[in-house]
Design a protein around this ligand. Sequence first.
Ligand SMILES: [Zn+2]
Length: 413
Amino acid sequence: MNYKTNLQWKGLRRDGPDKPRPLADAVLRLIWQKHQMSRAEIARKANLSRSTVSEIINEILPLGVVAEIGEGPSKGGRRPIMLEFQDDSCVILGVEMSGTHIVIVMTNLRGHIIRSESADHPVRKDPQGTRELIARLCENCLNHKSRNGRPLLGIGIAVPTPINPADPNRISKVVLPDWCEKLELSFLEDQFNVPVMIDNDANLGAIAEQWWGLGRKKNNFAYIKVSTGIGSGHIINGEIYRGSNGTAGEIGHISIDPKGKKCICGLNGCLATIIGGNAILERVKELSIDFPDSSLVGKDNTISLVWDAAISGDPLALIIAEETATNLGVAVAGLINLMNPSLVVIAGELAHLGDHLLEPLRDSVRTRTLISSADSVEIVTSELGPNSVAIGASTMVLKTALNDSRRIPRVSA
Ligand SMILES: [Zn+2]
């Protein structure tokens, strides 16, 4: 099966005469959701005739993602043949590109990680080296024996910059100035012969929460990733909200202190200048004079070392954790007043702080929100772990394939 596609947002086009099959795709999604179903159950749930369901199943079976697995229990008549979604029939690669690090996960069709690869890299300064590293880590995953010969469905890539759905190759120069406004990742489509999809990292973190995490069954929630940079993804009425040109969710560039430090975006006192990675490390230096016994004094610190120190009770780190939670609370309160979500999920390295973050954050939010919105919102930390954005990138490919089964390679052909 040859996928020849252009790097584009929605229409990962495969050359060929196939027309869209919305009914078959709806049945495929239903089987994915229920794991196992008989043709009669599908007919009932999808409100289709038995003969239509049989025709659709005949179209779906050659894809290899659904298989007949034998007879199920009888409900009066003949025992039905059960159909089962084959979670392990294909693999997907999900890539997270952060400012300093690449993470790649190879997942099955249920978001389970089969293999992962990661490497530190100066992503901001070295675009070409980053592209080559992504390709190499993808190869490593695909060549690993755990793939077991399964076809690759596609590659999803999370990038730390806003993405305009109309032109995902073109990026703003604010976050990655050395990339000269071009991602140029389409070579991966030729190298691996599959569709490549790209989105902003916080949007994909939100998708991971919506499919596999605390955002399941929530139609309106916000996801905020706080690591070196800060971004947010917003699920509104069940879908990612992108805004008019894809830059929705830049919560890190809400100005908390108009007289504060200059931000990379040109504004003053953005949230990122107060709780972003560099700001945290500078604050450690400032406070070191008052806390000479702190485990952080005189060290080459990273943000995760600072949050680890807070968890172990280091007084300097605890002060910074509380300040960070309070400042984040100013932005989260604004978000809650504006959007009235039922859930706010905090992810990224800051989420390691757990209750050290959540208690002062909730206090900060409570004093700044309208009573009715504060009462109806839960503020939690993500439970999906450090690979959640890469899993979200893989989920974007899965979601796209379940919405258009023409993108699924026919394993049994
Ligand atoms: Zn800014």
